[in-house]
Structure formats: C-alpha cells, structure tokens
Write a protein that binds this ligand. Structure first.
Ligand code: BES
Ligand code: MN
Ligand code: ZN
Length: 512
C-alpha cells in the first residue's frame, strides 16, 4: 500500500472513497464549515444536506457514508474528529483507521483519498506522520495461513493525503515517510508475535532478528547454549532446558562500536532495550490451565517490540547507540524441564529458588538484564515483558504497567507513551516488595504469591539492574487483543515499538 502526499483539489481526487474528517459542530450549529463550502458544491451539495438533518455532528469516532452526485470520488465518508481543540495524533490515527476500515469491510474501495483537516497548532510533519501510521496500522492483516483467497479481506492499494494548496508538502512527505517506518516496524512486531509457536521457536526468533538486521543495517550477534553456559546464564538456560528447541540470547545493535571498542567512536549515549522472548509459555511443570494457553504464543511480544524498535533506530539513522537484547526460550514440561524447588545461579551470581516454573519471564530477564548492564553500561535500560497475569488484573487491557528506579527516565517513558498513543500507568516498586521475595533456601525466590504479583515480579527484576537507570513495562495486558479497533485487528498489537521510537527520538544526544 502506498501513501502519497498531494495538494489535489478534493473534488477532483479520483478515488473509490474520499474520507472527509470534520470537527464537532458546536452548539446548535448544523452548517458546513466555510472551508468546505466549495467542495460540497462541487460534489453536489449532499454534505450540507446531511449536516442539516443533524444526523452527523462530528463527534469523535462518528461516521457517515454518502454517495456524491458529482466529483471524481465514488463514495464520501464523513469522519468525526471531536472538538477542534482536542485534535491530537491519536485522533488522526483513528480517523485514518476508520477510513481504511470503511474501505475494506464489506466494500472494496482500493483507492482512498483523505482530506487533511485544518491543522490548527499542529505541524504538517507530525500530522502526516500520524496519518501514515494510522493507514499502515489499520491495513495490517495476519492472513498468510489462509489458503482460500475469498476468505481474505479486501485491501487498500493507495491512499492520497490531500493537503491544502500552498501547504508545506515537503514537510508532510517527510512525516509520511517516518510514519511508514514506524508503522511497518510495529507491523513486523505484530507478525512475529502472531506467528504460532510451531513456526517460531527461539532459533527462529533469532533468525528473524538476523534478517531484520541485515535489511536495516544493524549488527546482530546470537548466543547459543554453549555460549550462554560459558557466561553462566543459569536462569535463562533453566527455563529453556525442557524444550527440544534450545534457547537463544540475541543482541542487536544500531551504531555498534568498532570491534574491540566498548563504545561507538563518536560518544553517543547508549540505550538498552531488553525483551522477554518466550516463544511459548505452557507454564512448564507448573502447567497452565488449558483455557487460554494458546495465547501464550504471544509471550515473546516484548522481544518482538525490541526488534521493531531497533529497526526504527536504523532506518531513521538516530544519533544514538541502541542495543536490543532478546531473551528467547520455550517454556515446556518434559523429563529435562526445570522444576519447582530447583535452585538456579544467575549470571550475576545471585541464587534463585524456583517456586513456580510459570514465573519464567523474570528468570530469562534476570540474565538478559545483567548481560545488558555489564556488557554495555548503558545510560538507561528499558525492558518490555508480558510478565504477569496480575498486571492484567490490576490494569485490565487498557494500559501497560510502568515500574522503575529513576524518576527522570520514567517521566521520559511516560511522555514517549503519550506521543505514541500507548497507555502506560505507573505502579509502585518499594523495598517492601523486594523484601517479600527474599529467599529461604537461596538469595531470592521467583514468586511472591498472588498479592501484588506484578509488583513483586518487578521487584525481582530490580535485583539485576542495580546502579542503573531502569524502566520496566509489563505489557501482559496490551500485547494482544480480541477487541478490534480502527488501527488494530484481533491478535498482536505490536505495543512498545512506537513508544521506544519516541523515547529514542527525544533522547538528549549529549547526555552520555
Ligand atoms: N506469560 C505469563 C504472564 C501472562 C499472563 C501474560 C496472561 C499474558 C497474559 C507469565 O509467564 C506467567 O505465567 N506469570 C505468572 C506468574 C505467577 C506464576 C507468579 C502469572 O501471572 O500467573
Ligand atoms: Mn509463565
Ligand atoms: Zn510467560
């Protein structure tokens, strides 16, 4: 699908569907905004007529489909944006998502035109960026396994963003190109997360990372079991030992230092992103109930988001040294599996008593976080993990849980999330939570029971990030969904990719 930036007159735009976003008509007003008068006349006047009935008011999310008498477009879709003062990136993404949805569900409108609304205080670059994001996110499908074509939904072939004549089209084109990079990287993360576990074992995840690295120009280094043994990664190895598909630790780098150097030639700040990459989580010996177990193919969504974010860093040539570490393993029960009661020694030397083999995410992250910290001494480290069901109980599927040990970093993550339209909500991490998982047999235990389960899981991770600015995102509730919305079909969301992208883009370049 191609998204172009044009200044064609909307009445002349050849399209199967012309999307016309409108702000809320305040008070009793039912009149067409002046700006659109000429357009409506050129289309035959149905727009003003529709508004006069009061059937369309411009409330956010409202839509109305019309068939214009004249003009070059076959269909006209009115989309409500809500009050003009509330226009933000997310409203633009959603409006575009609704246009794509209307073009493809039950209809076959391949060529779309989208009249960009009056920008107000927004600039053309972020506006085009948000619209392009919305377009590519909404057009996403995971249908590679369907064998009957007629089951596959219709697709949009092209979308023309119609900017006002005299607007800064070059700036808008830059924005549209960035939006395409962000959304396609998020779609890559969705693809990986949606892939079933019989097609995506840890070694496949590593190969996918290598492929992306090659295409985008990243460095990629994969540690196999012997390499992890040499480093003493007893926690990650234990989780993976029950499966025939051996675990992997994958290290992706953007602007990697030259061989032998600890840091890149130009002193750029180093950011580390660590992702939980459990390609399937059965729970292991502490096996999960059957009901939703199939969803646990998504338990590598944190790692998928990290791959997507590194792709963004490379394609946008961001002036940072960015490291992605993926902890990939499959958690299965077998004669070789680790057991409740086992004591593990993590790479950091910390000993861990396993009380529940289903609390495996924190174990693989323990070694990945310690590795990231000691190999790269980053300015900050952010991990993403579908870590706890308790986080879903606490926050539902509406937001990810945000934890950490550094207020400035947490504030940056919060701002990045807002720009990305990804919800995060701060949860506490106190000494009491760390106290709660102190071990009887070993230094720490891998669960603290049901109460505050997301908090004690974060507290567990904090043992492996000491002395470092660290933020942890528990994305168990937001990594996949069964409720489709304008830019989001059922399945993996690719959450985290654009959050990390904004974090990187806004990172001050001289703070090392
Ligand atoms: N991958 C799960 C967490 C999860 C649950 C993600 C639901 C997405 C949706 C994680 O490995 C897990 O099993 N956590 C346990 C921890 C418990 C045993 C302490 C949980 O949340 O029940
Ligand atoms: Mn688990
Ligand atoms: Zn898990």
């Amino acid at each position: 699908m191609q998204v172009t930036v044009e200044s064609t007159d909307a009445a002349r735009a050849e399209a199967d569907l012309l999307a016309l976003p409108l702000f809320l008509l305040e008070g009793a007003r039912r009149r067409l905004p002046q700006r659109l008068g000429a357009l409506d006349r050129a289309l035959g006047g149905r727009l003003a007529a529709a508004l006069a009935t009061g059937d369309f008011r411009g409330k956010r999310g409202e839509t109305l489909l019309l068939y214009p008498e004249r003009g070059a477009a076959k269909r006209l879709l009115l989309i409500g944006l809500g009050p003009e003062s509330g226009l933000d990136r997310e409203a633009l993404r959603r409006a575009m998502g609704q246009a794509v949805g209307a073009a493809t569900s039950g209809r076959k409108a391949e060529r779309l035109a989208f009249l960009v609304p009056a920008l107000g205080r927004l600039r053309p670059t972020p506006v085009a960026e948000a619209l392009a994001e919305g377009a590519h996110l909404a057009a996403y499908r995971f249908d590679g396994y369907r064998t009957r074509r007629e089951d596959a939904p219709a697709r949009v072939a092209s979308i023309a963003l119609l900017f006002e004549r005299g607007g800064d089209l070059r700036a808008a084109r830059t924005g549209a190109a960035t939006g395409e990079i962000l959304a396609s990287s998020q779609n890559l993360a969705r693809d990986l997360s949606n892939e079933p576990a019989n097609a995506l074992a840890p070694s496949d995840l590593a190969r996918a990372a290598e492929r992306v690295a090659k295409e985008a120009g990243l460095s990629c280094h994969v540690l196999d079991v012997p390499a992890m043994k040499r480093l003493g990664m007893g926690a990650l190895l234990a989780v993976g030992q029950g499966s025939r598909n051996p675990p992997r630790l994958v290290v992706l780098q953007h602007n990697a230092p030259r061989r032998g150097a600890a840091r890149p030639a130009r002193r750029r700040p180093t950011l580390c992103f660590v992702g939980k990459g459990i390609t399937f989580d059965s729970g292991g010996i502490s096996i999960k109930p059957a009901a939703s177990m199939h969803e646990m193919k998504h338990d590598m969504s944190g790692a998928a988001a990290v791959i997507g974010a590194l792709r963004v860093a490379a394609l946008l040539r961001l002036p940072l040294h960015v490291v992605g570490v993926l902890a990939a393993a499959e958690n299965l029960p077998s004669g070789d599996a680790y057991r409740p009661g086992d004591v593990l020694r993590a790479m950091s030397g910390t000993t861990i008593e396993v009380l529940n083999t289903d609390a495996e995410g924190r174990l693989v992250l323990a070694d990945a976080l310690h590795y990231a910290r000691t190999q790269f001494s980053p300015a900050a480290i952010v991990d993403l993990a579908t870590l706890t069901g308790a986080c879903v109980v606490a926050l539902g599927k509406w937001s990810a849980g945000l934890f950490g040990n550094d207020e400035r970093l947490l504030e940056r993550v919060r701002v990045a999330a807002e720009r990305a339209g990804e919800r995060v909500w701060r949860l506490p991490l106190w000494e009491e939570h760390r106290e709660h998982i102190r071990g009887d047999v070993a230094d720490i235990k891998n669960t603290g029971g049901r109460d505050g389960g997301a908090l004690t899981a974060a507290a567990f991770l904090s043992h492996f990030t000491e002395g470092l600015a660290w933020a942890h995102l528990d994305i168990a509730g937001t990594a996949y969904t069964d409720k489709p919305s304008p830019c989001q079909p059922r399945g993996a969301t690719g959450v985290g990719v654009r959050l990390l992208a904004h974090l990187m883009r806004d990172w001050p370049s001289r703070s090392v």
